[in-house]
Design a protein around this ligand. Structure first.
Ligand code: SF4
Length: 411
């Protein structure tokens, strides 16, 4: 994929961080450090107030899918009766756990002492984590985060903070450790610094031709959803990525040099298709150069611009960004965010990837697509994918529709 040759230094850094994340997690857990399995949206910076191993099942499942073992791991769960209609992240993770880590490039994740989920992405995730509560007999804490149709309200933020405080008390009781808010403050500062570089990297999509592909952003968001969030390592990685991209742009080295189609992607990355899809699009001088999925990091309610946290009040800042991902906000906010992306990055076509697994991301896409075409005058197409299960993906079917989109852009 684009990052292989072009972003060689960043690819090396990513490989190193990924290996470290899994190896260090297993090693620290073996030495007795308490392990928390957390959902992507759970504020990992908050957990920096303790000395924990933090592991993210969704990240592990995405990694399995990207390395080509998603279907094999999912089938292990399906054989035990888990429906193929469940999110493929859940099936891959449950399959890996049922088979004691076998088949996973990281040998799975260390056994948890605590589970922390949230319900603002989807309720399936809460049920998935609850399987482990039942089977492993470990506590499961769920953050109840209100859905929002407009900017987060103060009472909602206060409600989330009160749950953070409950969670802190629970972890103190469970581990015997004392919460350290200064460490959280520092983690929030570091995440913000990393996000600043992330936004600088994404900003190269505005160049003509674009300095990046969205596929680069899918790959390089990975350390953000690991225990490296809120650490100097994340800052270094994102800085390297933005700097290296800037050097390539200065040299005139672009992922799709003769770019004619500047496409926007809506939904989770198709992990099993990244390289293939990038290459096949590039053959048509088409570039998916920006994605709602990776734009939302460091923002609130889908806006493109970076959210600046209040360093003096880290818990409030973390509560404020509890709706940063796309799923927890309504149609109008999504429409508004798409408008910002289309304008800022000179988009001339939109690809809505209806995701068989992620119903919450997909459910309003048909309305959103119609609104985007009507209000922003951008041709769009709906394709069928599953982010982690290649059995639910037809390359020819998808490209028949993408070809039709490119023809409409030409017309
Ligand atoms: S359905 Fe979507 S939000 Fe829920 S766990 Fe799967 S990918 Fe995440």
């Amino acid at each position: 994929m684009a990052e292989g040759k072009r972003l060689a230094k960043s690819a090396g850094s990513l490989k190193n961080l990924t290996a470290r994340y899994f190896m260090e997690s297993h090693a620290a857990a073996a030495q007795g450090k308490p392990v928390a399995w957390v959902a992507i949206i759970v504020p990992i910076e908050l957990l920096k107030g303790f000395d924990l191993v933090v592991a993210v099942p969704e990240n592990h499942s995405a990694m399995c899918a990207a390395r080509g073992v998603g279907a094999v791991q999912a089938e292990k769960a399906e054989r035990e009766g888990y429906s193929t209609d469940l999110c493929s992240y859940a099936r891959i993770d449950l399959g890996t756990w049922l088979d004691k880590g076998k088949g996973s490039p990281a040998l799975g994740m260390p056994k948890p002492d605590l589970l922390i989920s949230n319900n603002n992405n989807c309720s399936l995730l809460v049920k998935w984590f609850d399987v482990y509560r039942r089977e492993l007999g470990v506590p499961h804490f769920t953050l109840d985060v209100p859905f929002c149709y407009g900017p987060r309200t103060e009472p909602d933020t206060d409600y989330i903070i009160s749950q953070f405080k409950d969670l802190i008390r629970e972890i103190e009781k469970l581990t015997g450790q004392k919460f350290n808010e200064d460490k959280v403050r520092e983690a929030v500062r570091l995440s913000n610094e990393a996000n600043r570089h992330w936004k600088r990297f994404l900003g190269f999509a505005a160049h003509r031709p674009s300095g990046i592909t969205a596929f680069d952003s899918f790959v390089h968001m990975a350390p953000y959803i690991t225990s490296f969030r809120g650490t100097p390592e994340l800052v270094e990685h994102m800085k390297l990525l933005a700097d290296e991209t800037g050097e390539l742009v200065d040299r005139g080295d672009f992922p799709v040099p003769h770019e004619r189609y500047r496409l926007l992607w809506d939904n989770i990355a198709p992990w099993h298709q990244l390289r293939k899809m990038y290459k096949r699009l590039a053959e048509h001088d088409a570039n998916v150069l920006y994605a709602s999925y990776t734009s939302c990091i460091g923002t609130v309610e889908g806006g493109v611009e970076l959210y600046e946290p209040d360093a003096q009040d880290p818990l409030r800042s973390l509560a404020r960004i509890q709706n940063f991902s796309v799923c927890p906000y309504g149609l109008n906010l999504r429409h508004q965010a798409m408008g910002e992306m289309i304008e800022k990055f000179g988009i001339n076509g939109a690809v809505f990837a209806s995701n068989r697994s992620c119903k919450v991301y997909s459910i309003m896409q048909m309305d959103l697509m119609r609104m985007v075409e009507k209000d922003y005058g951008v041709p769009a197409v709906m394709i069928d994918v599953d982010h982690a299960d290649p059995r639910k993906y037809s390359e020819e079917g998808v490209f028949t529709r993408i070809d039709a989109l490119l023809e409409r852009i030409n017309a």
